[in-house]
Design a protein around this ligand. Structure first.
Ligand SMILES: [Ca+2]
Length: 153
């Protein structure tokens, strides 16, 4: 019985260190670059269904990782930043705090109240564009690397 418990704890440790299959690790987070498209709100729901949120780059390094990786993938990618609540006040969805990084392309944002969600934009080499939230794009979910509290097995 004790041996089984040790095995279980060992496995739990191994699982907690990595990312689920199909997710990519960078620093302390796991990311999933979707292969399907959805509106920004649908994308939020889909990430939530997988116990994650739309990606929220909190540092220059995280933002650069998302931008450079998105360049290897087809499509534009929604992230969890919007100015839905107040025009030109760009906030993270999960805590409504102002963004800590700004990787809008030099020409962006440029669509005012008609575009309130941020996408990594292919023609801008993955730099941000403000886009209408109802457009269907690919999206990036993020979850913490260590998913404590998950039931294993
Ligand atoms: Ca706007």
């Amino acid at each position: 019985m004790r041996f089984l418990l040790v095995l279980f704890l060992l496995e739990a440790c191994i699982c907690a260190k990595g990312c689920e299959i199909g997710w990519i690790r960078f620093q302390s987070k796991c990311y999933m670059f979707s292969h399907t498209v959805a509106t920004w709100a649908e994308a939020e729901s889909l990430c939530s269904a997988f116990h994650s949120v739309l990606a929220e780059p909190r540092s220059h390094e995280e933002s650069m990782f998302l931008i450079s990786h998105s360049e290897n993938e087809a499509g534009q990618f929604w992230i969890g930043i919007s100015d839905i609540i107040e025009e030109d006040r760009w906030i993270y969805s999960s805590d409504q705090q102002p963004t800590k990084v700004n990787d809008f392309h030099a020409s962006q944002p440029n669509q005012h109240t008609s575009a309130n969600c941020v996408a990594l934009w292919k023609p801008f080499h993955g730099h941000w564009a403000d886009e209408p939230c109802t457009t269907r794009y690919n999206f990036i979910c993020e979850s913490p690397q260590e998913s404590s509290g998950d039931v294993i097995g």
